[in-house]
Design a protein around this ligand. Sequence first.
Ligand code: NAP
Length: 283
Amino acid sequence: MKHPKIGWIGLGKMGIPMVQNLINATFPVIVYNRNKAKAAAFLAEGVEMAESPATLLDTTDVVILMIADDQAVKDVFNGEAGLFSSSASGKIIINMSTVSPAISKEMAALCVQKGNQYIDAPVSGSVKQATDGSLVIMAGGAQTAFESVKPIFDTLGKLALHIGENGIGNSAKLAINTLLGFHAQGLAEAVVFAQNQGVKTNDLMELINNSALGNVFMKIKGEAILNDQYQAAFALKHIAKDLRLAKAEGLNSPLADTLFNSFQQAETDLGEEDIIAIIKKVK
Ligand code: NAP
């Protein structure tokens, strides 16, 4: 499938730049978003918008979801005019959202009953990588289905790895986001400790970024701290959700328990801010 017709569901922070990359690569794309106002910029570019997930599935070859969480997935599949109300078959549905392995396995089995295939393909990387087309994609599902949509993954990311059956992409993603949580909490605690010792944050960040611990995350989040700018690239509510999903899958170790509690407690106050806003709770 070189240039299949793509139906895209979810025009959030990640979905918008990902759709733009597909359009730039000349894939035909039709979009759907629950809040229709978010499609305005695409409509202005002449992109078509579907009335519902069901009509999107009817009129495209591959449907991709990039939506918030398990509840959103349930709504998009099972809701009124949801994907399961379409009788279309022979389609591939790719779920790139960070959700539970359980919901992927459940939806995959139901897709097969309708003659469709499901791939869980969550991503590592944030808005910058979504914009650059340099996401890291981890996929679960049939190898043949994965191979047939690989050109789409190659447009959205720098690596797309098929790692097993349905749900395993979600498991890998939860492991990676646990590590992401450690990095955010760790950076916040190191910065606050250094400040308390009289080390200037810009000096600390220059040292970290030139050390073996320097990486893209440290660079971007260090800048956010320095600029006191916590507008969400990756909303804190999403890492709180991911840690709940990981815990439900059995994550139960000393650091992870502390991390889980830290982000659950921060979510009410800081859920809409960026993950690195966790520093406000460390101070
Ligand atoms: P976001 O900006 O919060 O957008 C969420 C999207 O989900 C919106 O399109 C929203 O539609 C839709 N949605 C939420 N609840 C829904 C429901 N019940 N029914 C239908 N649609 C619903 O999120 P994002 O940052 O783009 O993240 C999307 C997914 O990627 C999440 O699973 C997140 O964990 C994951 N992720 C995010 C990042 C990141 O850095 N942002 C990185 C990697 C993975 P409305 O516009 O109608 O609300």
